[in-house]
Design a protein around this ligand. Structure first.
Ligand SMILES: [Mg+2]
Length: 346
């Protein structure tokens, strides 16, 4: 229709691919052949392990077009994958993007989404080396695969924690969940610091530099990124080794902004910090005598690292109150098929 907003149907599959190819080019670390051949050809660094991870964003499940921008959507899908590479202590290198689009998707939406991908990829020196484009009957689906590298003798796995190890987290916890509460109208939007909390929800900062500092130090015994919430993710760090953990309530790092919002609402910020998802901070373990060096290593990249508890020999996850009382720390919060998404739908 002349004069109306051009859609992906107007330029067709090859038109859209051409635009993306032009934008992302074929340059980048180790890229022997990028977009445009049957596969990308990538030169892996000798002595390194290849890391591979993938994550999807489905319209109506993970986002609504009305509550995010296409640029943020592009940035965010890369950011959450970057967080997984950070949790291995890795260096992100290459990304493949799969887009399933309804025919009536405006072309500028795709361009903005690509801009978001491009911006985040530049910031973290990731080359976009391929992908796929498909037609979707009604909802937009965005799928991103990220490849990274890590020195084989520096990789940090989820397994490896030992009884007596300290539990540590980067940054502050609960901000993203508080931001979500504001976005879905369950918390007031007009408290100072609200925009910080909302931005922590909209676009997490992957802790690549901190992950690298931790891996290079060789001091951590296990690591994971906090996508589901501390209460849930700590289970992943200890359960395979048949260990337990205790989290000290007063040690959990909270931002001034979440404290302010909690005070205004008369609620306990620990609910968000322990059970809220999507903070994408790092949770790691190390023997007590290595804690100070780890705090210094992470501090050197500008991020706080906080000792929040201990790995226990006996199974069970506990929250210890300041008076020494221990209560079970339930991991109920953030399950994919029973959670409240950013859409506000249960
Ligand atoms: Mg993860």
């Amino acid at each position: 229709m002349p004069g109306s907003t051009p859609t992906v149907a107007d330029v067709g599959e090859f038109g859209v691919i051409g635009r993306l190819r032009q934008r992302f080019g074929t340059q980048g670390f180790g890229v022997v052949r990028g977009i445009g051949d049957d596969t990308a050809a990538l030169q892996v660094t000798p002595g390194c392990l290849l890391l591979a991870t993938t994550d999807a964003a489905v319209e109506g499940v993970h986002f609504l077009r009305t509550s995010t921008t296409p640029r943020l959507l592009g940035q965010r899908i890369l950011a959450v994958n970057l967080s997984d590479v950070a949790a291995m202590g890795g260096i992100p290198r290459w990304a493949l993007v799969s887009l399933s689009l309804p025919e009536d998707t405006p072309l500028h939406f795709v361009d903005e989404l690509a801009s978001g991908l491009e911006q985040e990829a530049k910031e973290f020196q990731v080359a976009i080396v391929g992908g796929n484009l498909a037609r979707s009957p009604e909802r937009l689906v965005l799928d991103l695969t990220l490849l990274g590298e890590v020195e084989a003798d520096r990789v940090v796995y989820r397994t490896g924690a030992r009884p007596g190890d300290r539990l540590m987290v980067t940054g502050t916890l609960g901000d993203a969940a508080a931001g979500l509460a504001i976005l879905v109208g369950q918390a007031p939007p007009d408290i100072p610091g609200t925009s910080f909390l909302v931005s922590r929800q909209r676009l997490p900062t992957p802790r690549i530099e901190a992950g690298r500092a931790i891996a290079r130090s060789g001091l951590a015994t296990a690591m994971i990124d906090l996508s589901d919430g501390l209460a849930s993710d700590v289970v992943h760090l200890v359960e395979d080794s048949h260990l337990g953990a205790v989290v000290l309530a007063e040690a959990v790092p909270l931002s001034p902004q979440i404290r302010e919002l909690s005070t205004a609402m008369g609620r306990d910020p620990l609910d968000w910090a322990l059970h809220g998802g999507e903070d994408y901070e790092l949770l790691l373990t190390a023997p007590p005598e290595r804690v100070d060096d780890l705090i210094a290593a992470v501090g050197a990249v500008g991020l706080p690292l906080t000792d929040v508890g201990e790995v226990l020999a006996a199974p069970g996850i506990w929250l210890q109150r300041p008076d020494g009382r221990r209560e079970p720390l339930g991991a109920a919060a953030w399950q994919h098929f029973a959670r409240q998404d950013v859409t506000g739908e249960a």
